[in-house]
Design a protein around this ligand. Structure first.
Ligand SMILES: [Zn+2]
Length: 254
């Protein structure tokens, strides 16, 4: 009884203190920017198209049995502070027999191992699908500045936002600092994938995203994105060298 009383008092004290200290962060989680500089928006388009293209060139077909595929048609590209693409990873959960092997995890660990960097402060990660909680956690902990994704995930969605707000009711623990700006890319392919997936959800009996991502509809959208990347013409001349760096990166990983 006495123990319970002390525990209640200390929890109350802790949560009051926590709420006072962190309430500003909790009630004002500015999670997505509504306006984006047009030059940065074009840079995001270029690297998003690169991410779609890398997935498309190693497309996992529905004609191959699921356990024989590398993994899902999902990938991620890391871009440094100077807008150089430096590393990429593709979902490889089947070939590794390991459910953690998402494109984001593989690219982040692969690059950190290769460079012996401690974290990726200031980097941007471009993914073809909104990161899940595991990847959003890793992206947050490795101090990325931004995460730009190429399709909304309606099941595992808003992971960055959840990291920021979900700790609120748990005994006054502070929310995760929201250091990563997360947003969908502004290409037509993101919208096309979102629309096609909504249609798929309405009609398919299994309603599994991984299945959608092997469908002919999804493949056609990825193919268009890959074509657009090949034939891209910059609207902002200052982005020409960035486009060339992205296309060179793709050529080096064909
Ligand atoms: Zn993930």
């Amino acid at each position: 009884m006495r123990y319970y009383f002390l525990l209640t008092i200390s929890l109350l004290l802790f949560s009051c203190n926590g709420a006072k200290h962190y309430s500003k962060t909790i009630i004002e989680p500015v999670l997505e920017k509504t306006t984006l500089d047009p030059v940065q928006q074009e840079i995001d388009e270029i690297f998003s198209l690169l991410a779609y293209s890398l997935v498309y060139q190693d497309w996992q077909s529905h004609e191959v049995p699921r356990d024989k595929r590398r993994g899902y048609n999902i990938g991620a590209v890391l871009v440094d502070k100077e807008n150089h693409p430096v590393y990429y990873g593709l979902n490889s959960i089947n070939s590794t027999d390991n459910a953690t092997q998402h494109g984001e995890v593989r690219s982040i660990i692969g690059y950190l191992d290769q460079t012996r960097k401690f974290n990726l402060s200031g980097y941007t990660i471009y993914t073809t699908l909104e990161p899940c909680v595991m990847c959003a956690g890793m992206i947050t902990m490795t101090a990325f500045k931004r995460a730009v994704y190429g399709q909304h995930d309606v099941e595992y969605s808003k992971a960055f936002e959840r990291l920021a707000v979900d700790t609120q009711p748990i005994g006054g623990f502070p929310p995760y600092p929201r250091r990563v700006e997360a947003l969908a890319n502004s290409t037509q392919y993101c919208k096309a994938l979102d629309d096609a997936y909504a249609k798929f959800l309405a009609t398919d009996s299994e309603k599994v995203l991984a299945k959608f991502l092997t469908s002919d509809e999804a493949k056609a959208i990825y193919k268009s994105a890959a074509r657009a990347f090949e034939n891209y013409e910059v609207k902002h001349p200052e982005n020409q060298s960035i486009l060339e760096a992205a296309q060179t990166f793709f050529d080096q990983h064909k």
